[in-house]
Design a protein around this ligand. Structure first.
Ligand code: ZN
Ligand code: ZN
Length: 152
């Protein structure tokens, strides 16, 4: 039992440099949804970053992490592809940001427009470099109520 929600605690989202914490409720709800779909615990590597820490780790200056709207996560036992397919099924992540990283974690955020990327050996590239979006899954998601046919 977490102190933020059923499975998440403030300490997991606190800035690694100063301990400050900010989290958007939509992110928390989406992560709980993802955990339920996965049926496994989610490891949060990075949640909130204060602007100074964000700069230090080379994050883009308007990173969703500085707004408490992003988390870098992995799910032990699942591949990057498996995690990506689960994340696509969460509406706020589907219509928000999903980044795949070659160190085997996903960046997930609840920004209000779709963004996709991968980071391979320090370079930003197309997300298809690391994962693929199964057309059947996409058709299923786009046919779901409440989700428009947004480009991925
Ligand atoms: Zn900090
Ligand atoms: Zn991130």
């Amino acid at each position: 039992m977490g102190d933020l929600s059923a499975h998440f605690s403030k300490s997991e989202f606190a800035c690694h440099c100063c301990g400050q914490m900010k989290i958007d409720n939509a992110l928390l709800v989406a992560l709980e949804h993802l955990r339920a779909l996965a049926g496994k615990p989610i490891v949060v590597h990075d949640g909130y970053r204060c602007p100074a820490h964000n700069q230090e780790v080379g994050g883009v200056s308007d990173s969703e992490h500085t707004r408490g709207m992003a988390a870098d996560v992995s799910i032990p036992g699942l591949s990057l592809q498996q995690m990506y397919e689960l994340a696509l099924q969460i509406p706020t992540f589907f219509s928000g940001g999903i980044g795949a990283y070659d160190s085997s974690f996903l960046h997930l955020d609840v920004r209000m427009h779709s963004a996709r990327w991968a980071r391979v050996r320090g370079q930003y590239v197309g997300i298809q470099s690391l994962v693929n979006t199964p057309p059947t899954l996409l058709a299923k998601i786009q046919g779901a109520p409440g989700i428009g046919s947004q480009p991925v």
